[in-house]
Design a binder for this molecule. Sequence first.
Ligand SMILES: Cc1cc2nc3c(=O)[nH]c(=O)nc-3n(C[C@H](O)[C@H](O)[C@H](O)COP(=O)(O)OP(=O)(O)OC[C@H]3O[C@@H](n4cnc5c(N)ncnc54)[C@H](O)[C@@H]3O)c2cc1C
Ligand SMILES: *[C@@H]1O[C@H](CO)[C@@H](O)[C@H](O)[C@H]1NC(C)=O
Ligand SMILES: *[C@@H]1O[C@H](CO)[C@@H](O)[C@H](O)[C@H]1NC(C)=O
Ligand SMILES: *[C@@H]1O[C@H](CO)[C@@H](O)[C@H](O)[C@H]1NC(C)=O
Ligand SMILES: *[C@@H]1O[C@H](CO)[C@@H](O)[C@H](O)[C@H]1NC(C)=O
Length: 509
Amino acid sequence: MDGPVFTWRRFPALLALASSCVTSSVASPTPQESTTNSSFWPQSCCDALRSSLGSKVSLPNSSAYNASISSYWAQQETLIHPACVVSPTSARDVSAALKVLVPRRCKFAVRGGGHGAVAGIANIQDGVTIDLRGLNSITVSSDRKTVAVGGGQKWASVYAKLQPLGLAASGGRNGPVGVGGSTLGGGFGYFSTQVGFACDNVARFEVVLANGDIVTASPTSNANLWKALRGGGANFGIVTQFVLNTFPLGSIWAGDAYFSPEALEAQTQALYSLTANPNFDVNTGLVVNYAFSPSTGPIITNQYVYAQPIINPPTFQAFTSSPGQLMNSTSVTTLAAFSAAQEPISPNGFQQVTFSSLFKNDLQMLRDLWNIYTASTQNVAAVTGIQWSLSLEPVVPAIAAQSSARGGNVLGLSIPQEGLIMVLLTATFSSASDYPTVQTAADQLLANIIQAAKSKGVYAPYVDMNHAGKSQDPIATYGAANQAFLKAVARQYDPTGVFQALMPGGFKV
Ligand SMILES: Cc1cc2nc3c(=O)[nH]c(=O)nc-3n(C[C@H](O)[C@H](O)[C@H](O)COP(=O)(O)OP(=O)(O)OC[C@H]3O[C@@H](n4cnc5c(N)ncnc54)[C@H](O)[C@@H]3O)c2cc1C
Ligand SMILES: *[C@@H]1O[C@H](CO)[C@@H](O)[C@H](O)[C@H]1NC(C)=O
Ligand SMILES: *[C@@H]1O[C@H](CO)[C@@H](O)[C@H](O)[C@H]1NC(C)=O
Ligand SMILES: *[C@@H]1O[C@H](CO)[C@@H](O)[C@H](O)[C@H]1NC(C)=O
Ligand SMILES: *[C@@H]1O[C@H](CO)[C@@H](O)[C@H](O)[C@H]1NC(C)=O
């Protein structure tokens, strides 16, 4: 999902290769997960919310409810029907909602950009979904060093606001991804090698706690909470505003390049060398994708981003000079334009299955990964509309240096000199009826990758929350000290565990 996946949507020439095209057919409305609990009365929760928040609460069959439910990225999320949706437009509204929901033990979900891939991460069957998209202000500080962003905004709007000022923020690669979920889960983007993860760049959070208090979390106020929110997910409160560091960014060079499998050895060596390079050029943002659809077979698609308007910069030389290039779409552009252009490549409304893994940068592991990956494609080749994409992202020491220079985070990611390779699966398909097949194939692929990495002594246990599969436990991979810290902060700010017990969605401490 982080790179060029839907190749033929973008390239007519690849469309010609494709024997059939994916259609956005919505499957039978059978939620894969539902919540029923006799001690919980959704109707009375919604009635009480309506007395407090009036027309900001919408009920099934209303246009506001329908608009919210139908606008998630993953089809799984659109098939979940809450008893009502509440759409706050201020921190005070969020506080009022929690003051209704928490004492009544009403179950709820919190929705930011709606780009989570796991069923129930940001929506809840028969519960109350708090849709934060009305928290959408974007205000650049007078010194232009920070931008204050509402908790329901998406990166496209932030980049578009900052672009004319010659500024950017560290965030998601795709415009429609929510600032909320992606920042709370870390946030690995094009410029992380230059400025760190999205979470490393939050100067200040405005947070509504379980008891309805609205607090600031910064290095000087609730500093523990500030640190915990830098990667600890939605375990402590609802973030109504992120104050993000900006950095100067003008035009960039960016685009995608497509290669046939004959490029594999050259591409593998290029990825290994770029990641291990002690003189790594921090302007470099790279995602390598192994992409499969039944019509194209396995291909390699690289996404290049360079933080300067320099065409074909030397950092990518070993990739661009490789044999087997089918086509490319590189150009001098802007972050705002490039991230917005990613939206149609990963459209809403499809079933999604993801996972995240990590291993030490190792040439033999990279070679074996391709074989493991291509073998896995046979398990999904018959699935309607399948796009089976494995993203490989270099995680270089420069990132860790940027994180700690900005106050650090709780991810517990230690990056050796030779670097790490993050591996993310995005499986996209048409129909919920194929979900068991795809999830089983994903579980098997992940197990095979982990086994290969362990057998070579290069396994790294970290799981990226933003791409974790539904049975992965990212926080357990942050290290014992970070995990204990996060549990302690959760109990300090939410003593009764509201954000675990009443809000089942998301990855928990
Ligand atoms: C096409 C695509 C591209 C992506 N690219 C990147 C990328 O480049 N880098 C990266 O790191 N990730 C990327 N991701 C992953 C993305 O970061 C995660 O899916 C993230 O969870 C999305 O956040 P959201 O707010 O859109 O999602 P949602 O599904 O709305 O929320 C995800 C979780 O965060 C919680 N949450 C959201 N907002 C708040 C808030 N304000 N306060 C408290 N809790 C909140 C929700 O309750 C939920 O548990 C991408 C995903 C997609 C689909
Ligand atoms: C119902 O919810 C209560 C309180 O959250 C919990 O203790 C109980 O186990 C739940 N029961 C079921 C069947 O999920
Ligand atoms: C919504 O409308 C459909 C038909 O339009 C109806 O069958 C259903 O009962 C309605 N649901 C609610 C909750 O009113
Ligand atoms: C909302 O969606 C339901 C189910 O698809 C439909 O029956 C209803 O007419 C829709 N309501 C509005 C106002 O569009
Ligand atoms: C893109 O393709 C063109 C035409 O084949 C080629 O000249 C150019 O070098 C390619 N650029 C990259 C970055 O691979």
